[in-house]
Write a protein that binds this ligand. Structure first.
Ligand SMILES: [Zn+2]
Length: 719
């Protein structure tokens, strides 16, 4: 992940000393690692070293100052909370010459790796981020006129989340990648825009340093995309809350202050009150500035009810102005009297959520129109309380597009559990009654509508480029086409890799619209040829059937062991660590299972992996009877999913049995060894496996080697 020279510098060693330690453990010579790769992989590097290095050494490793680290932790898609909302105290790590015991252990590690991986330890691999070269291959476009879905958006694979416009990240969006998106039928991408970094705001000029460069980069990206018919939109989650010190100078702009109440999982910031004129001016002028400087920008979307604190109604309050949800205990058993009360902003409380939230939209749209932009303004409803929506829809600017999570609120049953989905599901097929209702209300006002769905992958399993449960995606697309929405957003940050799933989008834009089986077959013919198409569709159907068993719950998605899959380490005894949102899973079964019983969670993952295996076997037969690179890839992605599902079932069973049934636990350890070896072989061939856009590499080949060592270690402890 980082060059040995850099490791040596941090540890106060020489490169030769680091190299010698690596060789003593049987590791191959290090590949060349470019500086750009370190920044592309910075979240992974932070996560990997979070429990190992003190803050100062972490900064040194990444070449960041404390301010940059702070910004990244707060702005890189919830990185701070993904890391657990605390920094473990770590003493500085410095080089010391290996003791005889350390040398012996290193030799043992080398021996085990050789035993388990053989020559594969030195095998050539598609290096991390090597997948970008795959995107240079030309893709066939579906033919025919299009009618449905005039707007089709994804988040670019490989794009950094926080402050993506500084540096040369946007140049990492390759021409080949954009061409593949266009060929799949995608005509818009989005990036995060933090307004005060794009506009010299007179109240906080320090924050906007570099705005010229950011807008220059944005302009270049907009131009490049424009040639291919792809629009670029910015996501404005505005106004961003400010540190308490800001309000010493501007006390009149002070809105809701929910920290330190919500600390430590959220940054210590206070809302800017949008019911004040200077804050309103900031939004209008800031947006106008951006659209004046980047006139071809495709538009903007906003979320106002939000996980981050923005306007004073980013949360819900009672009539008395209390944030009741915050008072709830984390385990849901009533309120916690020790928690400080978070109070609403008195100015905004008087105006009500509908007025305040709709006004944020009006201000953004006003800035766009004052700049002469005809771009789209999109309100992404996301988790907004449904009871607010009629009042908000009524007050929105006439040019608003209303985007809802298609499946939000849909009821489903998995095993003995029945629940309601919120978002991030491919296994549950939308739309829900709730979204249909919100689209209807919007359509009745003459507003355009967008369905947000996950098409390629999701937090159900985010470390594969796509989940080949194509029929579920196709059915979802057909349903939202029937609901007559004007556009589709095909995922949040996950799912921007070119894939058969995304290619379905092009199919459902065609006129006349194909049926679900026809659409799947058309994609299969283009990718695998006429002779193999029916077989592939059959395999996709098997995988789609299996995927209906996924034990969905947002807690399982975020905390469960399925995303880290075979790379997640096992512990002979309870570790006591708590799983974090899409960060660390540890052995936190209670955190993994959400509302499921441990037994049901285990049996659902077992059922899923058993049924999924039938689809993988079908693809395995096809790669022998109809060999092609595309078929090999398809099998590999499906096999990676199988390994993750099976490993999830294994890990749940392991935690349940490790202290009561050693025979079973040992059997699982052997199976986990096997899965880690298999995953290692897949990762050598496909650098997309283990990668997720905003979390970057959740695992690399040597994490799987570590898992192998871990299994052997735990086996030796559990006799
Ligand atoms: Zn306010």
């Amino acid at each position: 992940m980082v060059p040995a020279g850099l490791i040596a510098k941090i540890l106060r060693a020489t490169e030769a000393q680091i190299g010698e330690i690596a060789r003593s453990m049987g590791l191959p010579d290090q590949r060349h690692i470019a500086t750009v790769e370190i920044q592309r992989n910075s979240s992974s590097i932070v996560r990997r070293n979070w429990h190992l290095l003190p803050y100062e050494q972490l900064c040194e490793l990444l070449g960041w100052d404390a301010k940059t680290m702070d910004f990244r932790l707060n702005e890189d898609d919830g990185l701070w909370s993904k890391l657990g909302g605390y920094k473990p105290k770590c003493p500085p790590v410095h080089y010391a010459a290996p003791t005889p015991a350390a040398r012996a252990r290193a030799a043992e590690i080398a021996r085990i790796l050789k035993e388990e991986l053989g020559d594969q330890i030195n095998a050539p691999a598609e290096e991390p981020f090597g997948f970008t070269q795959r995107f240079d291959q030309k893709m066939q476009r579906p033919e025919g006129p299009s009618d449905a879905f005039s707007f089709r958006m994804v988040f670019p694979y490989l794009m950094r989340y926080g402050d993506p416009l500084i540096g040369d990240d946007v140049d990492g969006i390759s021409q080949g990648y954009l061409e593949q998106l266009a060929a799949s039928g995608i005509n818009a991408i989005w990036l995060v825009g933090v307004l005060y970094t794009l506009y010299p705001w007179d109240l906080a000029p320090d924050l906007s340093v570099g705005w010229e460069k950011r807008l220059e980069n944005l302009n270049r990206l907009v131009e490049r995309c424009g040639i291919l018919g792809i629009e670029v939109l910015l996501y404005f989650n505005e106004p961003r809350a400010m540190p308490p010190a800001f309000f010493d100078k501007h006390p009149e702009l002070r809105g809701v202050n929910e920290t330190p109440g919500r600390a430590p999982v959220l940054p210590n910031v206070v809302a800017l009150c949008t019911s004040t004129k200077p804050v309103q001016d900031f939004i209008v002028n800031g947006v106008r500035h951006v659209f004046e400087k980047v006139p071809k920008l495709g538009g903007a979307f906003t979320i106002f009810y939000s996980e981050s604190l923005t306007n004073c109604y980013s949360r819900k309050y009672t009539k008395d102005g209390v944030d009741e949800e915050f008072l709830l205990r984390t385990d849901g058993t009533g309120t916690d009297p020790n928690k400080p009360v978070v109070k609403a902003c008195p100015r905004c409380l008087e105006r009500g959520p509908e007025v305040v939230c709709a006004e944020v939209c009006t201000l953004i749209e006003k800035g766009m129109r004052e700049a002469g932009s005809k771009g789209k303004f999109i309100l992404y409803v996301w988790s907004t309380p449904p009871e607010w929506m009629p009042g908000i829809i009524q007050r929105l600017p006439q040019s608003t597009w209303v985007q809802c999570v298609s499946e939000w609120g849909k009821t489903f049953t998995r095993g003995d559990y029945t629940g309601k989905v919120n978002e991030y599901s491919i296994s549950i097929i939308g739309p829900s009654e709730l979204s249909l209702g919100q689209w209807k209300l919007s359509q009745a006002r003459g507003l355009k509508t967008i369905a947000k769905m996950q098409a390629a992958n999701t937090y159900e399993l985010n470390t594969v480029p796509y989940i080949p449960a194509l029929r579920r995606v196709a059915e979802h697309l057909e349903n939202v086409a029937n609901a007559k929405v004007d556009g589709i957003t095909l995922g949040w940050t996950a799912g921007g890799s070119p894939s058969p799933n995304l290619e379905l989008v092009g199919e459902f834009c065609r006129s006349p619209r194909p049926t679900v089986p026809e659409a799947m077959r058309n994609v299969a013919v283009r990718r695998f040829g006429e002779a193999a198409a029916d077989g592939v569709v059959e395999a996709w159907n098997l995988l789609s059937d299996a995927y209906g068993e996924f034990p969905f719950d947002i807690d399982v998605c975020y905390n469960g062991p399925q995303c880290l899959g075979p790379s997640n380490l096992l512990y002979a005894k309870p570790s006591g660590f708590v799983a974090t949102q899409v960060g660390f899973a540890f052995d936190d079964l209670d955190g993994w299972r959400g509302p499921y019983s441990a037994q049901t969670l285990q049996s659902q993952f077992q059922k899923l992996s058993d049924l999924w295996e039938k689809g993988v076997e079908a693809l395995d037969r096809l790669r022998k009877s109809h060999p092609s690179e595309a078929m090999e890839d398809e099998w590999r992605v499906a096999e990676a999913c199988r390994i993750h599902f099976r490993s999830a079932a294994n890990q749940i069973q392991f935690v349940r049995t490790r202290q009561s049934d050693v025979t079973t636990a040992r059997k699982i350890l052997h199976d986990e060894l096997d899965l880690a070896r298999r995953a290692y072989a897949l990762v050598l061939k496909d650098s997309r496996i283990g990668f997720e856009t905003t979390d970057q590499y959740e695992y690399l080949r040597f994490d799987l080697a570590e898992k192998i060592l871990n299994c052997r270690q735990v086996l030796s402890e559990m006799k």
